[in-house]
Design a protein around this ligand. Sequence first.
Ligand code: PMP
Length: 319
Amino acid sequence: LHDRDGWIWLDGDWLPWREARVHALTHSLHYGMGCFEGVRAYQGPGGTHLFRVAEHTRRLLDSAHALDIPLPFDADTLIQAQRESLARNALANAYLKPTVFLGAEGLGLRAKGLTTHVMLPAWDLGDYVSAQAAAIGLRALTSSWARHHVNISLCRAKTNGHYVNSMLALNTAVKAGFDETIMLDPEGYVAEASAANVFLLRDGELHTPEVTSCLEGITRDSVIRLAREVLGIPVVERRLTRDALYLADEAFVTGTAAEILPLRELDGRHIGGRAGAPAVGEPIAHDSVTARLQRLYRDVTRGVPGPALEAFGDWLTPA
Ligand code: PMP
């Protein structure tokens, strides 16, 4: 990823991709104190648009504020830089990773006078998963690693250091032959997947964990609003147990990269199997709620005319 052409915005300057380096003593590299976002831009019939860039940028500012990291750039500057990075790098479909980190003026937990830096790399990303993989979905294992406790980490902040915990959980599941992991909070209730929120459908209602141990995902919010306002499906935010997932009619995970991916199996249980859903490994039913939400989300992110774009056209910002 580092050895290629392109431009990276760093602290207000555009640097050639290969020259966007930081010092070995960069504080955030040593202790994980920093925060970031994952944002996407999609090409559609109306050109390229950033999807919910205002909400992502606000979450970046909120993460920095919660971590008590002073940020030298305001939201407008950061949004403008994200738009410009698409043009400079000639990107039509992209993943952008604005990242806030602390400089190399000192080391140690008590270091004072550290500069806040902001970098903005962006690269080409078409479909993160193929249409086939998005229809087949995931086999997951409940993790033996607990997700964060609200009194240990700031779960609303998208903190770099949080991802050690995500990777311990994901790597354990992948080594055991699974695609994904479902993490429980320290009390044993469902929190989220390694880098995605989780939903289940039961008796025509969607349920998702309340925002305590999970990130307040922007895709989670998009799905809640599409379900309620376009499909008329009630959504309940509450504590969920892992057996609620076992007994769900449908389940899926949501995230900027993953978009909406069906969760087909958890701990060897075929989710929806009781209700006669297609076998794990076969595509989900075209008329399932998961598939309907996938289509609405695809249309609204790509700016394809339809009910989702009519309701939520303001989620798109022209590149
Ligand atoms: N949880 C975690 C831990 C994540 O890293 C992500 C990805 N940002 C999400 C949930 C989903 O959030 P979003 O929909 O905003 O991408």
